[in-house]
Design a protein around this ligand. Sequence first.
Ligand SMILES: Nc1ncnc2c1ncn2[C@@H]1O[C@H](COP(=O)(O)OP(=O)(O)OP(=O)(O)O)[C@@H](O)[C@H]1O
Ligand SMILES: [Mg+2]
Length: 250
Amino acid sequence: MTDTPVLQARGLNKSFGAVVAAADINVDVPTGERLSLIGANGAGKTTFVNLVTGYLKPDTGDILLEGRSITRRNPRQITQMGVCRSFQIPQLCEGMTPRQNLLVAVGASRPNFSFFRPVGAEGAGEQVGELLDRFGIEAYADRPVSELPGGVRKLLDIAMALVRHPKVLLLDEPTSGVSSEEKFGLMDTVMAAVSSEPVTVLFVEHDMDIVTRYADRILAFYAGEIIADDKPDEVLSDVRVQRYVTGTAK
Ligand SMILES: Nc1ncnc2c1ncn2[C@@H]1O[C@H](COP(=O)(O)OP(=O)(O)OP(=O)(O)O)[C@@H](O)[C@H]1O
Ligand SMILES: [Mg+2]
């Protein structure tokens, strides 16, 4: 056993012109944690996810996976090393079915993947079937993605991010676009689905009821800065968080 955090951000800075999207971000994430990223629109949550997954490069600072720097790696390498993500808007092949989307993801995760070899060999079908079952979306498996309800699309996108059994899974607004009645059911499914793997989960979320129920810890962002980093009760009672994030300040 090691106490090295699975993920560390050290002194991350990122600006877009005059906009500071990440301002000296320092975070240690222990293995197995459920960490929620909160903040108003434009606060820097997706920027943090993009920096960790290599979609953006920091102006300064370092990102470590199990103590090793991944800052200079490209997104594909970072995915292969075990940091996977879902997107604020699911990135799915609309004309294909969930089963076909998952088969492509499984095929692409195999070391000898080639676009010129058919996917579906070597147990890929079983892995896809198991994921469809674990995420409770078998009933939709063979319908075109373009016809699926929002919640099913979200679940499929997250299932695709789990194909590689990542060490770290980043979910950018897993419940956005889903009705408030459906949100808890969706998060229950996601959290149960990830609990069978030793994966650390970071999720961006705007709904504080969801955050309180599913997060061990919260990072609150404001103007690219982390203004609070603590257990949910502590963060949600912080005056700056109430003023700049939740709007509950008296
Ligand atoms: N590629 C980019 N080019 C220019 N500006 C960007 C880019 N990405 C983000 N920004 C800016 O950086 C700031 C932080 O954006 P970010 O997407 O990280 O916010 P967010 O917290 O995810 O917001 P939301 O809740 O709306 O998704 C915003 O002002 C945004 O306009
Ligand atoms: Mg965002």
